[in-house]
Write a protein that binds this ligand. Structure first.
Ligand code: SF4
Length: 309
């Protein structure tokens, strides 16, 4: 009963707020279509679940805890939760705080982190190349704060949610990267003004699998030429495929059999699952490096994506 009541209260906090600008925390998102939908059809975004709401709430608590740790250690924190707005590019954001050090003031982003993610980053470059899409957005967020605040260096403070350990990662302003983010904001604004929508990215489970606009985007992606399949073997295999972990022995067997069934078929709808596949060229060098360019071969390969619709 107690937990149910807590979950109920958390559920009440889940709301979608109007989006009238490009949020700095989102501009690192790799799908322009998502960013445009976020401006034009934010009302239709699928709301996140209670589990994610609890993670967000914990993140905010961790942020307060880190600020408190910093103050107790004698650091001066200023402009906590200061809102930024860059009207020219329609970019907005809220910086966690700024820290005063040796006569300088630096923007600070505080992030709470699961142990494995915490261990995997030691630089802004690690974040930019990270396998988790949410982590890849962090450097973009701080870069935009640096640009808006006219600073050339900022700080990430990560707190390990399991151990309480802290990690400090400094990031220099990368002007080229900053310029690419501004260009992205301009592209979004143009689409918003002209009422157009960019093409979807190639399906990526890490990004599209979590996308609140997948229900809008996927029917467009699926299109008209979809082949409806009533192959029960394929349906059972696809369902099994999505419950098994990659690397498990059965996963490989299931994957192999699905490949046999779908190879060469571009769009299949089987049950609630959409399978998209396409040929791509794999280049194989079958000779020593020094002469490989003379012996380049191109082999057609089949790549598939399976997604819940
Ligand atoms: S589902 Fe994928 S392609 Fe479509 S908007 Fe979302 S992230 Fe972009």
């Amino acid at each position: 009963m107690i937990i149910e009541k807590v979950l109920e209260s958390k559920q009440g906090k889940i709301k979608q707020y109007p989006v009238n600008a490009n949020r700095a925390s989102e501009l690192g998102h790799e799908c322009l279509r998502y960013l445009v939908l976020n401006r034009t059809r934010w009302q239709e975004k699928t709301l996140h679940d209670v589990r994610l709401q609890m993670i967000f709430d914990m993140g905010r608590m961790v942020e307060d805890l880190v600020s408190q740790d910093l103050r107790e250690a004698g650091f001066a924190l200023i402009e906590q939760q200061r809102a930024f707005s860059w009207a020219k590019y329609q970019i907005t954001g809220t910086i966690d705080c700024k820290i005063a050090l040796d006569g300088q003031v630096y923007p600070v982003e505080i992030k709470s982190s699961a142990p494995h993610a915490f261990a995997s980053i030691n630089s802004a470059e690690d974040m930019r190349r990270h396998k988790y899409h949410y982590m890849r957005k962090y450097p973009a967020q701080l870069t935009l704060y640096l640009l808006m605040d006219n600073k050339d260096k900022g700080l990430f403070l990560f707190k390990n949610k399991a151990t309480g350990e802290l990690k400090e990662i400094w990031m220099d302003l990368d002007y080229e990267f900053g310029e690419s983010l501004i260009k992205k904001a301009e592209a979004i604004n143009k689409h918003v003004t002209e009422g157009t929508l960019p093409e979807p990215i190639e399906y990526n489970e890490d990004i599209c699998g979590d996308c609140g606009y997948a229900h809008i985007c996927m029917p467009n992606r699926i299109g008209k030429e979809v082949e409806i399949s009533d192959n029960t073997e394929l349906l059972e295999l696809v369902m099994r495929y999505n419950t098994l972990k990659p690397g498990a022995k059965e996963f490989e067997e299931v994957d192999k059999r699905i490949n046999e069934l779908v190879k060469g078929r571009e769009k299949i709808l089987v049950g609630d699952w959409f399978i998209e596949g396409k040929w791509y060229d794999r280049t194989v060098y079958e000779i020593p490096d020094e002469v490989k360019q003379q012996y380049k071969t191109v082999t057609p390969c089949w790549r598939k994506n399976i997604m819940k619709v």
